[in-house]
Design a protein around this ligand. Structure first.
Ligand SMILES: *Cc1c(COP(=O)(O)O)cnc(C)c1O
Ligand SMILES: [Zn+2]
Length: 420
């Protein structure tokens, strides 16, 4: 009995339950259409609770999952009466047990499960650091081969809460290459026989895994929030919660109004912020990310620096913002650092730089009156608890198996490195 079909958002073509990233006819996103129209929570400790709307057959048993709690201290500071925090990271006192400390692990578990159920053997992905860590962790748990391409700036983020296994193949890119160079090299590796691309926003399991942040909030609060805050680099998280909200609306028990997406990028590198402000579906590199490489080097939250985000694509972030009457913010490093300190002092948990950018955007929104004081607000703290984790265990660095000078290096060089 099928659990879902994949539907093209442009031409309506339907595909079966398989690992598929693109429609055969066009370039639009595919979306999972689930047989279950009502969210029926499963008795699993983590993300597997939301099995109804995850594109896998077997229920996920991992304890890693999103948590939602009502803020007291930060809410009071901001004068908000209904501020909820969605926390993806490590904070056992709150039941948050994501040991790689970001919401990327919410996508890694269903993606690797779908890969396995579709007969795939190895997955390739590019990462600014956090996605790679999440997939390496699931690889270490399951033994499925993962090839991760990471720019040099992402290397400090490549650690595991356990001993790395031989199934984790980490390819480092030499300094001077950024996240988008890593994406280009990973794209070439994915064309090799036996390899499957993780696919970023095109990966339905990624989106529906990340969408569980919204599902968890809705079942905790009892309704969809009025506003959703998150810092974005690719915008996949924004697309994901929008899609989750569409399903919750169809379910009928969580309200009919879609949460307003209020998303932030970190200045100076903020192509989606600039394109959205200009009212454009297209990102124009000469206007929206002039001197991209220098801008990226100056950007504090480096995981937010994607030069080719799924913003214009049908079903992508432009559509998500349009459908929810969304807002985007440009946040400076100083604003992020101030917000980080405020959040950590008041809520009592350390957060990652992109989450600080998200908190800063909430502060801005409150100041600018973009939220009402009594509105129901969900702030997605998509990464945190690394310092808290270090109280309980010692992160182990993942060794790289090869270094790529640039995205065009002969793959034999890397494969030799891999096979050594
Ligand atoms: C990846 C990441 C983001 C950005 O997510 P997208 O929705 O894919 O742009 C934000 N915060 C953290 C902690 C992340 O790891
Ligand atoms: Zn199509």
């Amino acid at each position: 009995m099928g659990r879902f079909t994949l539907k093209c958002l442009k031409c309506g073509s339907e595909y079966g339950q398989t690992y598929k990233l693109t429609c055969d006819n066009d370039n639009a996103l595919l979306r999972a259409d689930y047989v279950e129209k009502h969210l029926e929570l499963r008795a699993q400790p983590g993300v597997g609770r939301f099995h109804s709307w995850l594109p896998v057959q077997e229920e996920l048993r991992t304890e890693a999952g999103p948590i939602t709690y009502r803020s007291e201290a930060l809410a009071k500071e901001l004068g908000l009466s209904n501020l909820y925090i969605g926390f993806s990271g490590y904070w056992p006192e709150k039941g948050a047990l994501i040991k790689t400390c970001t919401f990327k692990e919410l996508e890694a578990h269903p993606t690797m499960q779908l890969l396995k159920e579709s007969g795939g053997k190895a997955i390739v992905l590019a990462s600014a650091g956090n996605t790679g860590r999440a997939f390496a962790h699931v690889s270490a748990l399951t033994g499925t081969d993962v090839y991760v391409v990471v720019p040099d700036s992402g290397m400090p983020k490549m650690w595991l809460p356990e001993e790395p296994t031989a199934s984790v193949h980490l390819i480092r890119m030499a300094p001077g290459n950024d996240y988008t160079d890593a994406i280009n090299l990973a794209g070439r590796l994915a064309n090799l026989p036996g390899m499957v691309s993780e696919g970023g926003a095109r990966n339905v399991a990624r989106r529906d895994g990340m969408g569980t942040v919204m599902l968890d909030a809705a079942v905790t609060i009892g309704r969809m929030p009025d506003h959703y805050f998150q810092a974005v680099g690719s915008g996949t998280g924004g697309i994901s919660v929008w899609e989750a909200s569409l399903r919750l609306r169809e379910d009928g028990r969580f309200g009919t109004k879609l949460p307003k997406l209020q998303l932030a990028q970190n200045l100076p590198f903020a192509p989606m912020y600039r394109a959205w402000e200009a009212g454009r579906r297209e990102i124009i590199p000469d206007i929206d990310m002039k001197n991209a490489k220098e801008q990226i080097e100056e950007t504090y939250a480096s995981v937010l620096t994607n030069r080719a985000p799924p913003y214009p694509v049908i079903g992508g972030l432009y559509d998500a913002l349009s459908d929810t009457d969304g807002i985007m913010y440009g946040i400076t490093k100083e604003e992020a650092l101030e917000a980080k300190k405020l959040f950590e002092d008041l809520e009592g948990i350390d957060i990652l730089p992109p989450s600080a950018v998200g908190v800063a955007s909430l502060l801005k929104a409150v100041e600018a009156g973009k939220v009402g004081k009594a509105d129901c607000i969900l702030l997605n703290v998509a990464g945190g608890g690394v310092e808290r984790l270090k109280e309980d265990l010692t992160p182990i660095p993942i060794p790289s198996v090869a270094t790529a000078r640039n995205p065009e290096v002969p793959l034999e060089d890397l494969i030799e490195g891999i096979e050594e």
